[in-house]
Every structure is written in C-alpha cells, then in structure tokens.
Design a protein around this ligand. Structure first.
Ligand code: FRU
Length: 491
C-alpha cells in the first residue's frame, strides 16, 4: 500500500497548487486537495485532533478507484491535508471500479482502527467485503492480514454489502452496514470482542420497499434516551438522506422506530456520517452532492475543469427536538469566521419592491433573520441569493401552503431543480432563517434547524446580490444579521 500512497501523494503535490487557485473552490467549506471526493469517512476525535477521512480519487475530478483521503483539524474549520490513509493494494480492495469504499473509525488501546469496505473481484464478480486497517500514529495505516473480516452472508447480494459504521458498548464492538437482500434494503448488525473477529448479530432494520432498495452509509447512535438510524436510501425518489428515531435493544440487536424525517431536503447532501466528539456533541458532515440527480444530468458540475469535484457540508450538531424530530445546527465554531457584521433591526418589505440586504461580499456570508409571521401579510416571501445578470437562487417561504422551497433553475445556467419541505408553523410568531453561502454552495436552515436545504450553485463571484421580496402583501423581517465569512487558506 505504501507505494500506491507515495505515488498518489506525488500526484497530489503536483496538482494541488492549481486547485488552490481555482475560481469555484469553496472558501470555508472542506474540500480535497485535488481530484474527486465523495463520502466523509472515519470521523473521529483522536489524540487531540479531529480526523476527517473521505472517499477520494486523487487522479481525476471524476469517481474512479477509491482511496481514503485524510485531513486533521483542531477546530473543524482549518484542515491540514495528510497523505491518503488507504490506497487500493490488496486482492480484496484493488479493482479499477472498486477500491477502499466507505467506512468508519474507532480508537482501541490508543490505536486507531479503520473499518472499511473493500470492493474488488475475488472471482465471483464485483464483491464487497468488510476490512480493517490499524495505525499507532493516526497517519500511517496497515491493513490487517486477516482481511476480509466479514463477507456477505447467504442471500445478500455480494455487490451490495458495504459502509460499516462501528461503535463500542460495554467493552464490545458493533458495526452496522448496508445490505441488499432480494431487492430490499437491510441494515445488518455485527458484533465482536476484539474488532478483528466478527459475528452476525441481527437485521437491525429493513425496508419492505417503502424506503428504497439499498441504504448507503448507514449510521446508528444514541441521542439522549433515544436511538437514531441515518442512511442514504437508493431508489427512494427525492428522499436522499433520512433518519429514524426510536429504541434499540442490545439483547436482541433490533431497532424499532417511532418517527422519521429528512436529514436534508436540498438536492446536494448525501452519505453523511456522524461522530461523538470530546465535548459530547453528536456532529455530522455530509458530502455536498448526490448521485441520482447528477447521473440524470450526466454531469458533475463545472468544477472538473478546474481539476476538482466535491466538497462537504458545514459540520452540523444534531440534537433531539420535540416529537423526536432531529435538529441540525451549524457548529458554534463557525462564528469565529464572521467578519464585517451588519445589523438591521426591522425591515418592512412592500409587495413588488424588493429590498437589498448586506452580508459580506454577497458570496461567502452568513445571513440570518426572523420572519414576523403575525405582522406579515404576503402569501409568500422570497429571498434571492447570488443575484446578478438575470440569474438568482430563490428561497421561497410559502406561508400560504406552509412550505419552503429553493429554486435553482435559473441560478447558474447549469444546475436544475427545486427542493421543497413542509413547514411546521404551529402558531409560532416568528420563523427563523439562517443561510450560509460559500463560493459554490448555499445551506439554508429554517425553523430552528428542523428544515435544512443544501444546494450547490456554480455562479461567478459577480453574481452576488441578496434581496428580500414580498409577493402580494407586506412582509416584516426582524433582526437581520449579515456577516462576511473569512476565507480559509487551502492547506
Ligand atoms: C455512497 C457510496 C458508498 C460507497 C462509496 C463509494 O456515496 O456509494 O455506498 O461505499 O460511495 O465511493
């Protein structure tokens, strides 16, 4: 593996400088040094640093044979890229259309263990197996000689058995992974005493078809007195990343859920992974892209011309809200990036007379306000972002139909689609809205983080207007706060 990592690192050193100068690169969201990235993997706080691994093809800005990229950080804002942690090198993970697929990390006796999927042809076609790699310094990993540690059980499709998420409980180890049996999605639960020898425990949860045919990147964790299962379902239409909240029994290995929801309603959030940090926070990063609509358009966006593709969502903290709904909040550390604040206490917007709003340079910014639902009379309120040269990304707060939508059909001459989510207004007097915009993305948090939409926008920096408009009556917005967001130098 060392030779493959050294070769990749040489290529990265040669190509990262060009990507550092790229005009569409994100200014404060996580990106790889060059090439293609997808899922976040192996998130962990280990020996005083946050470690972020990711699905990585250093050699081109398209998906191909997968490596694990690796970066570390003290604050989840400034990242230092390290050499790839895993490279395809063995019979079980070295296929050109396979490699080291998604997985997770855990610390045991001071050492860092990665549990990942190897995708290769072992004689029966493309096959996915679960494997282990270990490191003592958190930088250099060795693959376990007993790999693969788990192969697909009888009846599970060998090319649909992947993405182990590992955790420890009372000195025992568990992982949940995605599987497909007879065309249906299952989350399989395994257990082990030493992280090396695993036994099948139970089907944690399964779909009867209503939740698609495969659950990529499952995640499972305790939150308060509840348990949460997250996954990215394939074949579930516009549902791209969902959660289930319920109860889990270590005696049977069964999860039963009582509520479900969407992790993100936008078009660009997939395969999120969570971890518990040293402050006890349940944190999540997601891949700011999505397979299905991208495939439909047969195009991954214009950034490939600059030698890169893919970035991550902002880290979000997950907490449990009313009725067992999940709340996703941008991490508090992000406030350190704020600069050039502007504050307007209250704005009255007359129908047909949009008002412009100031937040940084209109490209990399944070903007928040409260929509006064009692005083506003308009049936909908429109927030235009990245406006200029006849284009804009439009956020629509449709109060008549209790819906939030983001329309990007006219945002950048490339992306298409409208995302929408129902709004639970429940007689609240105010609707809180928070936007994080970066060079090539917008993340909208509405209703205290219960309604999140992530969307990519590949627009030039000159498209930087921000406006609020009311459709057919006045709208009142309060506490309008805008900040520029500091750029983070690529490392
Ligand atoms: C999700 C996914 C995973 C797989 C990885 C391969 O985006 O398809 O299921 O492990 O990407 O890169």
């Amino acid at each position: 593996m060392k030779a493959a990592i050294d070769r990749a690192q040489k290529y990265i050193d040669e190509h990262a400088p060009k990507v550092r100068e790229a005009s569409m690169r994100q200014r404060y969201h996580f990106m790889g040094p060059c090439g293609w990235i997808n899922d976040p993997n192996g998130l962990i706080y280990y020996k005083g640093q946050y470690h972020l691994f990711y699905q990585f093809n250093p050699y081109s800005a398209f998906w191909s044979q997968m490596y694990w990229g690796h970066a570390v950080s003290e604050d989840m804002l400034h990242w230092k890229q390290l050499p790839p942690a895993l490279a395809p090198s063995e019979s079980y993970d070295a296929h050109p259309q396979g490699g080291c697929f998604s997985g997770s990390a855990i610390e045991k006796d001071g050492r860092l263990y990665l549990v990942y999927t190897g995708a290769a042809n072992l004689g029966k076609g493309l096959e996915q197996t679960q494997n282990i790699a270990v490191s003592s310094d958190g930088i250099h990993f060795e693959k376990y000689e007993g790999n693969p540690v788990v192969t697909a059980p009888e009846g599970v499709a060998i090319d649909s058995f992947r993405d182990p998420k590992v955790w420890e409980h009372n000195g025992r180890y568990y992982f949940v992974c995605a599987a497909q049996r007879e065309g249906r999605a299952q989350a399989l639960l395994y257990r082990s005493d030493d992280l090396l020898h695993w036994e099948f425990f139970n089907v944690l949860l399964e779909s009867r078809g209503e939740w698609g045919y495969m659950w990529e990147c499952p995640d499972f964790f305790q939150l308060g007195d509840k348990w949460v299962f997250l996954c990215s379902p394939m074949g579930a239409g516009e549902r791209t990343t969902v959660y289930f909240v319920g109860d889990f029994d270590y005696g049977t290995g069964k999860f039963t859920y009582t509520s479900t929801g969407e992790v993100d309603w936008g078009l660009d959030l997939y395969a999120p992974q969570t971890f518990l940090d040293h402050q006890g926070r349940r944190l999540m990063f997601g891949w700011a892209n999505e397979w299905e609509w991208m495939r439909y358009w047969k195009d991954w966006g214009p950034t490939f011309r600059e030698g890169w593709c893919g970035s991550f969502s902002l880290p979000r903290e997950i907490s449990l809200g009313e009725d067992d709904m999940l709340i996703f909040s941008p991490i508090a550390e992000l406030n350190q990036l704020r600069e050039t604040p502007t504050l307007v206490n209250s704005m009255k917007i007359d129908p047909g007379r949009a008002r412009s709003v100031k937040a940084g340079d209109g490209v990399a910014f944070e903007l928040s306000f409260s929509l006064d639902l009692e005083a506003s009379e308009s049936s909908s309120v429109l927030l235009s972002l990245r406006k200029g040269a006849g284009r804009e990304l439009t956020c629509i707060f449709d109060l008549e139909h209790a819906e939030v939508r983001i329309d990007r059909n006219n945002a950048d001459g490339w992306g298409k689609g409208v995302s929408s989510s129902p709004l639970s207004l429940r007689g609240e007097p105010l609707l809180d809205v928070r936007v994080y915009s970066d060079q090539s993305s917008v993340e909208l948090f509405v209703g205290n983080g219960t309604n999140v939409h992530s969307m990519n926008v590949f627009a030039p920096s000159t498209q930087n207007g921000i406006e609020i408009a009311a459709r057919d009556g006045i709208a009142i917005v309060q506490d309008v706060r805008g900040y520029g967001m500091k750029s983070i130098p690529a490392a």
